[in-house]
Design a protein around this ligand. Structure first.
Ligand code: MTE
Ligand code: MO
Length: 299
């Protein structure tokens, strides 16, 4: 498990943002020695300097709070996250509506510095804290006939201007094939930069699937359902020719209206120019999940 970097975080472990770089460098060093961190091409490793907290929390997609990149930072404070509950249902041994602490309490919280590649061809690097989705699903007890996992975002019309305006068909829904959901790279993130998840980034718990376009990484989750059939997903149902169910990052399959070969890295400095988009966003270890599939047809 070269990418595993277990860290049972408690509030007392919170690292001031200024110190985060040191720990990141320690992790990168461990990776180079094969002791931890993320295995990836040398050039990509070079680019894994995280974006700033400011960048990650002010340039967002969260249509419930508006369609502009600055809207979530401005509007998401209204999201009510008190007494958050997540319903786990469908093909599981332990269905129920669980307080968040019960859903994830006692499970290992890990640091994962992941690239995030939006289907709109911008990208950033985010230092998440989160729990492997597999650990949550194991606790739920996945039954043998389950083949997909469906997710649903909270709907709070009174707090969500984008919901009141009906900019999409809410609730926002997403889904994964079960083997994708069980992959150790797939996390349910609860924080970034060792801070509780900011509301604009999907507080209190959101999915992060780093080898897929960002729209798969659904925010502020209130329902996880184990199902037999491929679930309906928001962007795919809105524009099936533009947004596939799989949505694996793939520089050789263009969006009908733009190229996916390159991306614009958010933030300044050395990385402000366009850079090449990597197959599976650089997470080659997932390639075996898609063996035998036609990635142009099942995009
Ligand atoms: N509920 C919900 N989840 C969502 C979205 C959204 O509009 N609503 N946008 C998606 C898109 S398109 C992207 S790129 C990522 C952005 O995550 P970030 O704002 O934390 O960078 O969230 C995804 N999850
Ligand atoms: Mo996106």
């Amino acid at each position: 498990m070269a990418y595993r970097c277990t860290n049972n975080l408690t509030r007392a472990d919170a690292t001031p943002r200024g110190l985060f770089l040191n720990r990141r460098q320690i992790m990168a060093g461990a990776g180079a020695l094969g002791l931890g961190g993320l295995a990836r091409p040398v050039g990509a490793q070079e680019a894994l300097e995280p974006n700033s907290y400011e960048e990650i929390t002010t340039y967002n997609n969260y249509y419930e709070f508006g369609t502009g990149k600055a809207d979530p930072a401005k509007n998401a404070e209204a999201l009510d996250t008190t007494d958050w509950q997540v319903t786990v249902d469908g093909l599981v041994d332990n269905p129920g509506t669980y307080p968040l602490a019960e859903l994830i309490g006692g499970l290992a919280v890990e640091d994962r510095i992941y690239r995030l590649r939006c289907v709109e061809a911008w990208s950033m690097v985010v230092p998440w804290q989160g729990i492997e989705l597999k650990d949550i699903l194991d606790r739920a007890g996945v039954q043998s006939n389950a083949r997909y996992v469906a997710f649903e975002t909270a709907v709070q019309p009174e707090n969500m201007p984008g919901v009141r305006r009906g900019v999409l068909d809410f609730p926002y829904v997403e889904g994964l094939r079960l083997d994708e959901a069980m992959h150790p790279l797939t996390i349910m993130a609860t924080g970034l930069y060792d801070e509780p998840m900011p509301k604009q980034n999907g507080a209190p718990i959101r999915l992060v699937v780093p080898w897929k376009y960002g729209f798969k990484s659904i925010k502020s989750i209130v329902r996880i359902s184990l199902v037999e059939e491929e679930p309906v997903t928001t962007w795919n149902s809105l524009a099936p020719s533009e947004y596939g169910f799989y949505a694996n990052v793939n520089p050789t399959v263009d969006h009908p209206r733009w190229s996916q070969a390159t991306e614009r890295r958010i933030g300044g400095g050395l990385f402000s120019s366009r850079q090449d988009t990597l197959m599976y966003n650089g997470y080659d270890e997932v390639a075996s999940l898609y063996e035998g599939m036609d990635l142009k047809a099942q995009f």
